[in-house]
Design a binder for this molecule. Structure first.
Ligand SMILES: [Fe+2]
Length: 208
């Protein structure tokens, strides 16, 4: 079996002006799909046919196999990213997640400001992350295709893609505007809260 391009968990027009259907056509339909196709093209030769996506990412990292790591990690990163987004309905963190955010950052607004700062300050391609790191909420960013999957104790909660392909159609070069609009309006906080169980890595996994 080969890996597949997961469907978007919302209608392509559902994110409105915050993220256009055209962006999703390219980002999901072309960029994400290319990572799937390239990974599938490599698996047999690597002796990893039948391994799950998370297993492939971790094996590629251990082997120092850059092309396989980059492409497979980008399948997983994007599969996770789409689930972090939801149509703008005024959603905010609630319950235990909101309490942990208040304890760690003072308020949701402070968290969003810090996450935006991380996203904007990250040089070149990569991903801004909110993670549980040994049960502490932490903001970090990772370069290129790098992913929390390969760091011990780092549990993914929320991510923002800061590759130019994520925002150039809707925001041109204005990464700060993109980060502010997306983080402030179309985060799926229910998904983020679900990931507090430490099982977020499984939610973007696929059987091999
Ligand atoms: Fe991307």
């Amino acid at each position: 079996m080969a890996f597949t391009l997961p469907d978007l968990p919302f209608a392509k027009e559902a994110l409105g002006d915050y993220m256009s259907a055209e962006t999703l056509d390219y980002h999901h339909g072309k960029h994400h799909k290319a990572y799937v196709d390239k990974t599938n093209g490599m698996l047999d030769a690597k002796g990893l046919a039948g391994a799950s996506l998370v297993e492939v990412v971790r094996a590629a990292k251990e082997r120092g196999d850059g092309p396989l790591f980059n492409n497979s990690a980008q399948i997983w990163n994007h599969s996770f990213y789409w689930q972090c987004l939801a149509p703008p309905e005024g959603q905010r963190p609630t319950g235990m997640l909101a309490e942990m955010i208040d304890d760690a950052f003072g308020s949701t607004d402070n968290l969003l400001a810090k996450l935006k700062e991380e996203a904007v300050g990250h040089f070149s391609n990569g991903w801004a992350w909110l993670v549980l790191d040994r049960d502490q909420l932490k903001i970090t960013s990772l370069h290129d295709a790098d992913t929390p999957l390969v760091y011990d104790g780092m549990k993914p909660l929320l991510t923002l893609d800061v590759w130019e392909h994520a925002y150039y159609i809707d925001y041109r070069n204005a990464r700060p505007d993109f980060a502010e609009k997306v983080l402030g309006n179309i985060v799926n906080w229910e998904f983020v809260a679900r990931n507090m169980d430490g099982e977020g890595h499984k939610r973007a996994d696929q059987e091999g």
